[in-house]
Design a protein around this ligand. Structure first.
Ligand SMILES: [Zn+2]
Length: 310
């Protein structure tokens, strides 16, 4: 009897060692933090995620570090949402790890065209020529054959609902033994998504059309705007600060549209934003499209925008 307890204790101890416990988990790689949070919702304790783009880095032009390439050598799945860098690096990641399966979460999504000034093919603008746009778009150049679509799909609860189903399907295919767990987690997460969606819809109910515009530095909120009947106007042009001339045009346009809110990413300089806010008569709303606490963050952004309308 005592011997059995001894063996049990050894087994329990072994399970408690993090290295051994990790070995049993499915290794899943993701590009951006919100997708990591979806993977955790669906996979729970069964998956271990590796995040490529750290907080504050550019999610469009990111280049995985050699240490990350090594970390991905044991990954079974890559959950891609179709960011430029993910498309550009898919081949290299797969040849470094032939067992890596890419799940394209954006495959079934209806996408919006990239907002004006975001794509790098626009050579008509004086502002673009003045700033130059040679170094930022290596990744984008990899898929210049088709029109660029807005890749920020994760800011929309409706899109995330679909992406979650794709994640559950990918997990079940890679690990059929736990398919029922993934299905149950998916159902629970979709309930949370629906509740969040209803909450945000309620926040914007009754807001008149002329107050539904907002300015944003980086146009990452297009799908959020679409879901809730809002209008996004981008300040940034070609991934850079606008020229004074363009800035003046944005300010008068925003005034005419009655924009009351300017979304700013927490890691960005708020000086220009403050200047614009003053000129337009709008309030700054801190809005991080890459926050990991996805649901709480979307609600926070929605509430911030709603408060700016008071
Ligand atoms: Zn972006």
């Amino acid at each position: 009897m005592r011997k059995i307890f001894g063996i049990l204790a050894v087994v329990l101890l072994a399970c408690a060692l993090p290295g051994l416990a990790l070995a049993a988990k499915m290794q899943v790689a993701v590009g951006v933090a919100p997708v990591a949070s979806f993977a955790k919702k669906i996979g729970g304790e069964l998956v271990q995620t590796t995040l490529l783009v750290p907080a504050g880095a550019d999610a469009h032009t990111y280049e995985p570090k050699p240490s990350q390439m090594r970390a991905l050598s044991g990954a079974a799945l890559y959950l891609s949402c179709g960011l430029e860098f993910e498309e550009a690096w898919e081949g290299r990641l797969k040849s470094a790890n032939p067992k890596l399966v890419f799940a394209h979460l954006d495959a079934g999504l209806k996408k919006l065209p990239m907002p004006e000034g975001h794509e790098h093919h626009d050579h008509g603008h004086a502002a673009a020529a003045a700033h130059g746009h040679d170094h930022d778009h290596k990744a984008a150049a990899a898929h210049e054959d088709h029109d660029e679509m807005d890749p920020h799909v994760w800011v929309s609860p409706a899109q995330v609902r679909q992406m979650s189903a794709a994640i559950a399907a990918a997990f079940s295919k890679a690990d059929p033994a736990h398919a029922s767990v993934y299905a149950a987690n998916l159902a629970a997460f979709q309930k949370e998504i629906d509740a969040l969606d209803a909450q945000i819809k309620a926040l914007f109910a009754g807001v008149p059309a002329e107050k539904r515009g907002f300015l944003v530095f980086h146009p990452a909120w297009g799908y959020f705007a679409q879901d809730y009947g809002l209008t996004q106007t981008s300040i940034e042009f070609e991934g850079k600060e606008p020229s004074p001339k363009r800035l003046a045009a944005i300010v008068s346009q925003a005034k005419a549209k009655g924009a009351r809110a300017i979304f700013v990413q927490p890691q960005m300089s708020q000086r220009t934003a403050g200047t614009i806010a003053k000129a337009v008569g709008a309030k700054l709303v801190v809005a991080d499209p890459l926050a990991e606490d996805w649901a709480a963050n979307l609600l926070k952004v929605a509430k911030g925008f709603r408060e700016a309308l008071q």
